[in-house]
Design a protein around this ligand. Structure first.
Ligand code: EPZ
Length: 424
């Protein structure tokens, strides 16, 4: 298994181009199942999770044409040979469950493996299933699979989510585009990735009102058509590199980043001592600069958008480990998203966990160590800690990073980091 070796201490300085967003690309890919015409996505990041979903779509019978030189993929689902999503692929990546809504609404039946638990929490899909039942589907759980059927098609309904779920909003929004009549999704997620998906569905002929709000009103159509769509820039990748720059006392331009997607994050970074500038224009983005040793502790709580994202909690903790003073970090989205804490502590961080909160008391310096993590964002938080630490850090289980960060070592090395992949 590959590892990443980092010699810490260098400032991250330069320009980092931001890739297309993994968490936007995945539902967009699933939406190709809603039409027999081609859907072409550009700015698709070259990542393991994208390959996993492309494999799943191919096994359903979708024709996948990859133009990797252009970061473009065309999906044509004119014929679906198989409406079953097998355990082997779904367990690799939970977002695979996003094929359920589109397959069910277009073909009247689907058999999708239950994803099972994962490192950051139990992550059930009960909201997805209850909402599909409200749209008229018959749902049976059998042998670890969801068997969903709606032989006469789905019917529009009012659905109030008891709490905000990104995946359930995406799955049900897609299903509702081909349902008979009007569907209202109340307490829907408002993440920018939902807006991106809604824009693509609209280009495919769907009728969706309230995009960007917590109430989406969808008028079902008989058919959707093909479209071309550019995947939005990755706000979590942007925040990750912003934190790497701040933790090392660096200065980076995150090219192509959209500042309006990151207000809660840039507010917290500013509060902790970084200087953020929006650079307009084609070559613009977000610039972040910070004095070495200039960070102060701040409190942060993860929340659905527009709040501070759970997907940046681990990275922010790495940075706050080096701040002056104490910070309270409260994780409200996932019950087990502190797996990076013991590893950060092995590097010298001073962190106390109390249930869903972590009290971080800043230290003067972290020291490099061999570390490993159990999920994507926890792994990258250790990379940030390693970049800022004294000495050498070896991060193992790099496959987590390959799921969600395109060219991570290359991007950081081009900004002065001493970082390399060791292939075993
Ligand atoms: C999406 O996951 C993201 N994944 C996650 O990113 C992100 O952390 C999460 O949203 C929250 O922002 C993708 O977009 C592919 P949820 P999702 O449904 O949709 C509970 C990363 O690192 N819940 O909004 O699965 C759930 O357990 C990943 O890139 C239910 O109880 O998240 C969680 O506690 C990790 N029942 C909360 O809701 C359900 O039916 C929010 O989950 C659905 C969710």
């Amino acid at each position: 298994m590959d590892r990443i070796r980092i010699k810490g201490g260098n400032k991250i300085e330069g320009i980092i181009p931001i890739s297309g967003a993994k968490n936007a690309a995945l539902p967009l890919m699933a939406s190709s199942l809603l039409t027999e015409e081609p859907l072409t996505l550009s700015n698709v990041p070259n990542l393991e999770d994208i390959r996993t979903l492309a494999d799943l779509l191919e096994q359903h019978g979708v024709f996948v044409e990859r133009h990797l030189d252009k970061a473009e993929i065309t999906f044509t689902a004119c014929e679906i040979t198989n409406t079953r999503a097998p355990y082997d692929l779904v367990r690799k990546m939970r977002a695979s469950v996003l094929v359920l809504g589109p397959i069910l609404s277009r073909f009247g039946k689907a058999k999708v493996s239950l994803p099972g638990g994962c490192a950051i929490g139990t992550r059930p899909i009960d909201l997805h299933l209850k909402a599909l039942e409200l749209l008229g589907a018959d749902i049976v759980l059998e042998g670890g699979y969801v068997l969903a059927s709606a032989p006469c098609g789905l019917k529009g309904a009012d659905i109030t989510f008891p709490f905000v779920s990104v995946g359930a909003t995406e799955n049900i929004m897609m299903a509702a585009t081909l349902a008979d009549g009007e569907t209202r999704l109340i307490n829907a997620a408002r993440e920018p990735e939902i807006i991106d998906l809604a824009a693509c569905l609209t280009a495919m002929g769907a009728s969706i009102d309230g995009i960007g709000s917590d109430t989406l009103v969808i008028q079902g159509r008989k058919l959707l058509g093909g479209a071309r769509h550019t995947v939005m820039p990755d706000r979590i990748e942007t925040g990750t590199y912003a934190m790497a720059a701040a933790a090392t006392g660096g200065d980076v331009l995150l090219k192509g980043a959209q500042p309006e997607h990151l207000v809660a994050v840039t507010d917290k970074l500013t509060e902790s001592g970084a200087v953020i500038t929006e650079i307009p224009g084609e070559n613009g983005g977000v610039r972040i600069a910070c004095q070495r040793g200039g960070l102060v502790g701040v409190d942060v709580m993860t929340e659905p958008f527009p709040g501070f994202p759970t997907d940046l909690q681990a990275q922010f903790m790495a940075l706050l480990s080096l701040s002056d003073g104490a910070s309270m970090i409260t994780e409200q989205i996932f019950e087990n998203r502190f797996m990076h804490v013991p590893e950060l502590m092995r590097m010298g961080a001073n962190i106390n966990l109390h249930g869903g909160s972590a009290m971080v008391r800043g230290v003067k310096a972290l020291t490099g160590a061999p570390v490993m993590a159990t999920d994507l964002r926890a792994s990258v938080s250790l990379v940030i800690a390693g970049l800022a630490a004294e000495g050498e850090t070896l991060v193992s289980r790099v496959y987590h990073l390959d799921r969600g960060y395109e060219c991570l070592e290359k991007k950081l090395a081009s900004c002065g980091a001493e970082i390399e992949r060791i292939e075993d």
